[in-house]
Design a protein around this ligand. Structure first.
Ligand code: NAD
Length: 500
């Protein structure tokens, strides 16, 4: 069957009704085994984008079989040739960057200028970065004496299963596909049902430079398709990004086959602003750390703001001004800073947290609130940046990952007290500290129980920095050399008797 997915490349505009979109199995674009489909809507206008295959266990089995067949030859391709394939994918993707970015914006509701275009570029960077690391898949000679030649070698794991969420669907696919394939594995990737099109677009480009079956991509629901993949007995590793609740089930399934997993899960990250940091640049960075221009649908969002009591009012005055300045609207409009949430489910969830905040007499709504119910923003799942002041760290909104633009502010007095509160969470993904006293900020960064802490900035991840959470925010690292070697290859020791 031909790949009708090409239709999306130049038509990433609202209200375009497309033909059936296919999934990629063994180098061919096919529907689901039983012919069932799922609708995918555009979150900015609630209109249908297209139907996708609703894959189940049979599709996953076909994908695993295709990967197994392809793996035999792919693992024999030299690492440098595999790296070269990733470089070619990066070049081809770069040539279609704008189409790619528009698809991301259209399906996620993320604004093209502030989020989707940078995300598209990050995908190119991921393929270049990991393609360039192919020669690092090396072992070492072990000094055991002149009579023994003992060395380690890195081998691919086999079939890697990967599952991604919808919030940064393209880059999350890229940081799994590129290292897994460079390391010589074959892959079955399950896309998010709410935002599958950028992943399919990417797969189509990858497929031009890969033998059939090296990369297989399935689309479907988590409980059907995702669970079938996670529990498949012949998967050698699962790489999962998503919620902590589902991450636990992925880990339980892997225990059955004693297989490795990497988990990139949720977060409720602390942002600490010290008494000497009541400045405009800090306000801007607190907004960036909260990922407002992604509607705060980011695992690393600094969504618990610990603000020193001595600067509480003056800092919040500036922060409210910033939060009210974001232009919210059509994600494809160049003027838009902030787009829509992903789905009706997420919209309902975020609104229910805001409703709870509005009913709590102990906190104060400083800006935002429930989204408008009429006008252009009511046509999609748009919300507005919302700030609740005077929160306790124990309040439900300060503990749970909201995954929407709702920030809670918690006042503090001394360093020991704020660090205790910052670490009082079952999450440990990211953290941010702002102070003009860099030594004090670094001391705080060392005490924060999170996998990634930034001092005096609130930026996104960079390739080359191991990224991954502590506690229930995950296990394993991504986006770095160690994630390639430790995450997607296995180490074998070979010992040779030289006296024979
Ligand atoms: P989710 O866990 O509901 O879904 C993620 C993926 O898992 C989707 O593809 C879904 O279909 C699949 N899935 C759902 N149930 C499954 C099951 N029972 N078995 C197998 N697969 C299943 O998460 P979400 O709501 O789509 O994404 C948001 C979450 O992802 C947030 O918690 C966020 O913090 C987290 N996230 C973490 C990172 C990170 O790097 N740590 C990055 C992005 C998102």
């Amino acid at each position: 069957m031909s790949n009708e997915f090409h239709g999306l490349q130049s038509q990433a505009e609202p209200s375009v009704r497309l033909g059936p979109v296919m999934q990629l199995l063994n180098g061919e674009w096919v529907g689901s085994a039983d012919g069932r489909t799922l609708p995918v809507e555009c979150p900015a206008n609630k209109k249908l984008i297209a139907e996708i295959p609703r894959a189940g266990a049979e599709d996953v089995e076909r994908a695993v079989q295709a990967a197994e067949r392809a793996f035999t030859a792919w693992k024999k391709v030299t690492p440098s040739q595999r790296g070269r394939a990733m470089q070619k994918i990066a070049d081809a993707l770069e040539a279609q960057l704008e189409d790619f970015a528009r698809i991301i914006a259209h399906e996620t509701g993320n604004a093209l200028r502030t989020q989707a275009r940078p995300e598209a570029q990050l995908c190119v960077d991921a393929f270049r970065y990991f393609g360039g690391l192919a020669s690092e898949l090396k072992g070492e000679m072990l000094p055991l004496g002149d009579d023994i030649l003992s060395y380690t070698r890195r081998e691919p794991l086999g079939i890697v299963g990967a599952i991604v969420p919808w919030n940064a669907p393209a880059v999350l696919c890229s940081i799994k596909i590129a290292p897994a394939l460079v390391a010589g594995n074959a892959m079955v990737l399950k896309l998010a049902e709410d935002a599958p099109f950028a992943g399919l677009f990417l797969a189509e480009i990858c497929q031009r430079f890969l033998p059939p079956g090296v990369l297989n991509v399935v689309t479907g629901l988590g409980a059907e398709c995702g669970a079938a993949l996670a529990s498949h007995p012949r998967i050698h590793k699962m790489s999962f990004t998503g919620s902590t609740a589902v991450g636990k089930s992925i880990m339980a399934a892997a225990a059955e086959r004693i297989g490795p997993v990497s988990l990139e899960l949720g977060g409720k990250s602390p942002t600490i602003v010290c008494d000497d940091a009541d400045e405009e640049w800090v306000v801007q960075n607190v907004g960036t750390a909260m990922r407002f221009t992604r509607q705060s649908q980011s695992c690393t969002a600094g969504s618990r703001l610990f603000l020193h009591e001595s600067i509480y009012d003056s800092f919040l005055e500036k922060l409210v001004k910033l939060m009210n300045s974001y232009k919210i609207g059509n994600p494809l409009d160049e003027a838009t800073d902030m787009g829509s949430l992903i789905s009706s489910k997420q919209y309902g969830r975020v609104c229910s947290y805001i409703e709870e905040g509005l009913k709590n007499p102990d906190v104060k709504l400083l800006t935002g609130g429930l989204p408008p119910t009429s006008g252009p923003l009511a046509e999609g799942y748009f919300t507005v940046p919302t700030l609740f002041g005077g929160s306790s760290n124990a309040w439900r909104l300060a503990k749970e990952e909201i995954f929407g633009p709702v920030l809670v502010v918690i006042p503090w007095k001394d360093d020991a007290q704020v660090l205790k509160m910052a670490n009082d969470s079952h999450y440990g993904l990211a953290g941010y500290v702002f102070s003009n006293n860099t030594a004090r900020a670094i001391r705080m960064a060392h005490e924060i129980d999170s996998g990634w802490v930034q001092v005096n900035q609130g930026k996104g991840q960079l390739f080359g920095q191991p990224y991954g959470g502590f506690k229930q925010s995950g296990q394993g690292k991504e986006q770095s050399l160690s994630s390639l070697t430790e995450g997607f290859s296995r180490l074998k020791t070979v010992t040779v008797n030289l006296t024979i």
